[in-house]
Design a protein around this ligand. Structure first.
Ligand SMILES: [Zn+2]
Length: 366
């Protein structure tokens, strides 16, 4: 069994602009001593570092990849957007859209980030790997074809899907987005289509504020092929697994995809600064085991996880390590140092019962 791990140090060199957290500098907002946006390189690099320290890296097929080609990018993004992005990047950096600053060379780094996802899907579809993880940075699930937002500059997963479809490697693709924010970019790109099932589990009323409603189910041929599951703030381990078991997994199985792609954010964790959920490393482990089983039962095990958000420098590495243990079946572990403290801070039985009721209510709306 071979699990690929696609990463590149250059992706950690993507650099943002003049922010203190999500606030633009100026007025009463003092610059931070270190870092700017919460989407900083250490939230990703420290996962790779932990894997090296524990030895998990040696159990995986560690790879880089080429930048996504211009042809690959053009299947999702209009020429005018790519040209403007490239021009600003060559001129020293800048910002397009909302909260998406980049430095000189940001265009090439974003194309490399997308290239990691393309290569991961390619390798799994051709059978070179059983499954794979792409540590893409910058992330992609918020990016619209011509409007980058939420730290996302190119739609990594959509670029990988279009590549696979254009090469005849896959027809039907299921995308499960468990990043805590709504996968508005992926939704928008596939809203009218029935060949790509998009499911987003996210915190209700977080980001973006104007998308992610249960009523947004797709349009035309795509009606019924977009599923939004907005969960109340405070949802934890039990609620996430209930949503997976009662809605997400049966829907994916019924869709009969050729491959499953997970938009894998770790910002539903209990100590993430950009959300208010209570997932733990074990939650991500259990979700990965479940989606892996569904992949094995329905599409030959073909499964690719593409990294999205997750802003706790301390905890993302442990959530990611647990995820990769589950994905690869490796016995090399990194015990969760926060697990016991977070387990006793999970929702109590009454709130969990309420959350399950909310999830069951959502299921009735689909
Ligand atoms: Zn997120």
């Amino acid at each position: 069994m071979a699990t690929g791990f696609f990463w590149d140090e250059k992706c950690f060199w993507h650099a943002g602009g003049n922010y203190a957290y999500t606030l633009p500098l100026g007025g009463h907002v003092q610059p931070l001593a270190a870092g700017g946006l919460p989407e900083n390189p250490e939230t990703k690099r420290r996962l790779k570092n932990l894997m090296d320290v524990t030895g998990l890296s040696s159990d995986l097929d560690m790879r880089s990849a080429a930048m996504a080609s211009r042809e690959d990018l053009l299947r999702v993004h209009p020429e005018g957007y790519l040209d403007e992005f490239k021009r600003l990047s060559d001129a020293g950096g800048g910002e397009l859209g909302r909260r998406t600053p980049f430095a000189a060379g940001g265009y090439e780094i974003a194309a490399l980030s997308a290239g990691l996802a393309v290569a991961a899907v390619d390798a799994v579809m051709t059978g070179a790997l059983d499954n794979a993880y792409a540590l893409s940075r910058p992330p992609g699930h918020h990016c619209l074809p011509d409007f980058p937002n939420g730290f996302c500059l190119l739609a990594n997963i959509a670029i990988a899907i279009e590549h696979a479809q254009s090469k005849g490697m896959a027809q039907r693709v299921a995308v499960l987005d468990w990043d805590v924010h709504h996968g508005n970019g992926t939704e928008a790109i596939y809203y009218d289509r029935d060949d790509v099932l998009t499911i987003s589990l996210h915190q209700e009323g977080n980001y973006p504020l104007d998308t992610g409603a249960i009523a947004d189910r797709g349009r035309g041929a795509g009606e019924g092929f977009n599923i939004n599951l907005p969960l109340p703030a405070g949802a934890g381990h039990t609620a996430y697994l209930h949503a997976m078991d009662t809605i997400v997994l049966p829907r994916i199985a019924a869709f009969q995809p050729d491959i499953i792609i997970v938009a894998c954010g770790f910002d539903a964790s209990a100590i993430d600064p950009l959300a208010r959920m209570l997932a733990t490393a074990d939650t991500f482990r259990q979700m990965t085991l479940r989606i892996k089983q569904i992949a094995e039962e329905n599409c030959g095990g073909r499964l690719v996880l593409v990294h999205e958000g997750g802003y706790s420098e301390v905890y993302v590495p442990f959530c990611g390590h647990a995820t990769l243990e589950a994905l690869s079946g490796s016995k090399i572990t990194a015990p969760d140092p926060l697990g016991p403290a977070l387990d006793v801070r999970q929702p109590g039985p009454r709130f969990d019962a309420f959350l399950k009721g909310e999830i069951d209510y959502l299921a009735q709306q689909l």
